[in-house]
Design a protein around this ligand. Structure first.
Ligand code: GLN
Length: 453
């Protein structure tokens, strides 16, 4: 009850949870106790966690922070949810997020914004802002999230915790409500790289119900963390690439200072740094904001008021029911993405926008492969600035989109990325350092962060 009591005390201020499942959590905790007593614990036996409200949970509300799904109780568990149940973890409830995971500030939630635990007037980042705030405020020791364009790494940076998005295809998307399917990937939040490693190990594994799930042997990321002997240089031999373009401009002074200090710490641990180049990375935002809305407009067409979700109270014919239900059920940002997505996919524009964006995506992935020939992993800032003020970007979606500059290219390439705390900025707000590796380099990313911490 320690965490449940903290949620009761602090959630009214933070708004990190949409649903708290007190009874379910207590029952699961008792079951975990019994399993432990019988010597059949499971890797996370009795460990409380919180799920982003994008993961379907049998018998517990799953809203995706949308009015559209405000009454949706899933009849089944997402693959991630069942794996974590099988590992003995105890779900405390479902965390707040941007509506349908679209956003970088957690302000587009139908349930209201989440507050950054470090400052009551700052955003926690998004879209997995509730999970990040919950872990940062110790309302849960670990939490799940999803990252389509930075939604695990960016809120981890803003809330001063660690978050990892693995290689695309590592975590099953079955039961994870789809935003942009070719980019969506489940990820893990924790107070340390070790906690992330424990959670991620339990979340991964091949799933035949997700056609992009990769058939690979499960890895124990926690066991792969190296214990460091005192005085040793645990990262000797590791080459860290610093993309020239990420350090050129746009970064706030306090972010630069924190990133530089973190890189000095990595050098002190034995790593060497080299300059690398990602010449097409600047094109990641325009490419993403064509591809992601295109996929979203298709994925969100299922919310028509017929099969499930919100249905308008009064309507004329069928088309009127669709349009009234969708007009009422979706918020402004979701509608904006559906409009953009439908436009770029329409006849006559498809070649000019969508195909062009796919070409950029290929070039960006090739840039990373070339850079990773020269280094073992890539490091840079997670975000250009620390957390901004609530409401500051409300009328400026483009400015908000630009804040994803360092994270989005990683999703387009399908690579693993991690953000870990790298000190505090001018106003005492946390700053994150991002590490990016080659496909399946999760263990290497987690180990580097573990040595740093
Ligand atoms: N901020 C990005 C967007 O709004 C990324 C969101 C995400 O990763 N889910 O699409």
């Amino acid at each position: 009850t320690l965490f449940l009591d903290r949620i009761d005390a602090l959630n009214p201020q933070l708004n990190a949870f949409i649903t708290v499942d007190r009874d379910g959590a207590l029952a699961a905790a008792r079951a975990a106790d019994a399993r432990l007593a019988a010597g059949r614990g499971g890797a996370l036996a009795g460990i409380p966690l919180a799920h982003k409200d994008v993961f379907c949970t049998e018998g517990v509300l799953t809203t995706c922070a949308s009015k559209m799904l405000a009454n949706f109780v899933s009849p089944y568990d997402a693959h991630v949810v069942s794996l974590l149940k099988a590992a003995g973890a105890v779900s405390l409830g479902k965390t707040n997020m941007d509506e349908f995971a679209m956003g970088s500030s957690n302000e587009s939630s139908w349930y209201g914004p989440v507050k950054n635990p470090w400052h009551p007037e700052r955003v926690p980042g998004g879209s997995s802002g509730g999970s990040a705030a919950a872990v940062a405020a110790r309302l849960a020791p670990i939490a799940t999230g999803t990252d389509t364009g930075g939604s695990v790494r960016q809120p981890a940076a803003f809330c001063g915790i660690t978050g990892i998005k693995p290689t695309y295809g590592t975590v099953s998307r079955y039961g994870m409500i789809a935003y942009a399917s070719s980019l969506d990937q489940g990820g893990a939040f924790g107070a340390s790289a070790e906690d992330c490693a424990l959670l991620l190990s339990a979340m991964t594994g091949f799933d035949a119900r997700d056609s992009t799930s990769l058939e690979r042997p499960a890895e124990d990321y926690a066991a792969a963390l190296a214990a460091s002997a005192p005085g040793a240089k645990p990262l000797a031999g590791l080459t860290i690439g610093l993309p020239r373009e990420f350090f050129a401009e746009g970064m706030a002074d306090d972010v630069r200072a924190a990133v530089d200090a973190a890189l000095d710490a990595y050098r002190a641990l034995g790593a060497t740094t080299v300059e690398v180049s990602l010449p097409n990375a600047k094109l990641a935002i325009p490419a993403y904001y064509v591809i992601a809305p295109a996929e979203a407009s298709s994925n969100l067409s299922r919310f028509d008021g017929v099969r499930y979700g919100h249905r308008a109270a009064g309507y004329g014919d069928l088309a009127d029911m669709y349009s009234k239900s969708r007009a009422e059920g979706f918020g402004a940002e979701v509608k904006r993405r559906i409009l953009v997505g439908t436009y770029v996919l329409s006849h006559g524009y498809y070649d000019a926008y969508y195909l062009q964006a796919q070409r950029l995506r290929r070039l960006i992935a090739q840039d990373f492969q070339a850079a990773l020939q020269q280094c073992d992993l890539i490091a840079g800032p997670t975000t250009p600035t620390p957390a901004w003020a609530l409401g500051q970007m409300a009328d400026d979606p483009v400015q908000m989109y630009l804040s994803d500059i360092y994270t989005i290219a990683v999703n387009l390439a399908g690579l693993p990325g991690l953000s870990h705390p790298a000190g505090f900025g001018a106003e005492g707000l946390p700053i994150g350092l991002q590490l990016v590796g080659d496909y399946f380099a999760e263990a290497r990313l987690l180990n580097a962060a573990h040595q740093y911490q």
